[in-house]
Every structure is written in structure tokens, then in C-alpha cells.
Design a binder for this molecule. Structure first.
Ligand code: FES
Length: 104
């Protein structure tokens, strides 16, 4: 994948079991703290216009706040209907206490 690593948050901003939103250019991206790692997906659900950062993170699954569909945040795959379409994920790396995302 080609693209550019961009710093989007401090590592300490992403707490375990929590989701936050960041904006990169025009893209809204959600960051999740899961098992000591940080994962990133598009923030807008593939089923409707809902922000996943406002949903409920349980383990590696984010539950959409609108219709309670779920995605696996580690790979973007849908895990519970009504979501059927996967959500975009972004490679993450941590450097000097900062969260960097690879943005195409
Ligand atoms: S908008 Fe997310 S499940 Fe419907």
C-alpha cells in the first residue's frame, strides 16, 4: 500500500476499551484501544450515517450506536447484522508516544 504515515493522536489519548475520533483531511477515523494495541477504522458505519466512536467497544468489536451492528476493529469485517459490508481499516504504528496512521 502506498501512502503517508501521519501522526493523529498521542498514544495516551487512546484508552483501553475506548474509542475516539480523529480527522485526517476529510476523513473521519476512529481509534480503538484493544488489548494494549491501537486499531483504526473509518468512523462512519457502512450501514448508515452513524459514528462508531459513539458506539460501544467490547473486546475487539465495536457496536454501532444506531442499529447495533458490529465490526471487528482489527480487520474491519462485519460480525453482526445489519452491517454486511466491511469497514475500511488503517495500518497503525506507535512512535515516540504518538499514534501514526498510514493514509493513502
Ligand atoms: S448505521 Fe450502523 S448499524 Fe445501522
Amino acid at each position: 500500500m502506498s501512502g503517508e504515515w501521519q501522526r493523529v493522536a498521542a498514544r495516551t489519548d487512546v484508552r483501553e476499551g475506548d474509542a475516539i475520533a480523529v480527522t485526517v483531511g476529510e476523513q473521519e477515523i476512529a481509534l480503538y484501544g484493544v488489548d494494549g494495541e491501537v486499531y483504526a477504522t473509518a468512523n462512519i458505519c457502512t450501514h448508515g450515517h452513524a459514528r462508531l466512536c459513539e458506539g460501544y467497544l467490547e473486546g475487539n468489536e465495536i457496536e454501532c450506536p444506531l442499529h447495533q451492528g458490529r465490526f471487528d476493529v482489527t480487520n474491519g469485517q462485519p460480525t453482526l447484522e445489519p452491517v454486511t459490508e466491511s469497514i475500511k481499516t488503517f495500518p497503525v504504528k506507535i512512535e515516540d508516544g504518538q499514534v501514526l496512521l498510514l493514509i493513502e
